[in-house]
Design a binder for this molecule. Sequence first.
Ligand SMILES: [Fe+2]
Length: 239
Amino acid sequence: MAILKERVFSNNEIEAWNTVLATHEKTRKKQVVDIFHSGLTTLNIQAVIIPHLQEINDTLKKKSGFKGVYVKGLEDGKSFYSMLAKRLFPIGNFIRNKSDLSYTPEPDMIHDLYGHIPFLIDIEYAEFCQKFGKTACMFINDDKKFHQFERFFWFTIEFGLIKTVDGPRAFGAGIASSIGECEFSLSSKPEVIDFDIDKIINQEFRIDQMQKRLFILESKAQLYECIPELVDKVNISEK
Ligand SMILES: [Fe+2]
């Protein structure tokens, strides 16, 4: 992990940020779980301006002890979970090209800062992420078992859905930040399966297409309380 300084963003990048967030601001309220919106409001993350990470971190530190740090792009799994264990969250220090807003080669500011960071304001969510990072690191030398933690993260924190009194909502930051995937995940197109640890840790995922199979949580508590069971399932699994 190499921690980078804040960059001056190009006009192209600023325009991409403005355009994507302005679109999301019109629709996300009815699509994404409540803690995401609380985080956006508390951190004052808006379409009109790219926030300074230092200001985000000042609030984040007070709320949950997490800290966002700029990195080049995609952190490999082992580095990523080690960072979570230390309450650090990596943020790609660039913004996708405005000529193709639905594509980013690696996680960028829209995915990391807009998609992930607002969730980390929530104390229980932040606790879960740290605990998950620590636990995944216990399996760092066992590639198969470690990959099961990656699958679990993918189908919950990145691309999870959740049941609410108002109907299904996106829980994953990958869905919340994406152009198109939010609408797709809440449509009748994907297969939606009730949260099931066994199924999730054995479900392979693709990073290059919309998620055709998704898992839906009954509640936030179902996720936050599941780590002991997850460890048991990973330990007895042979795959
Ligand atoms: Fe992500």
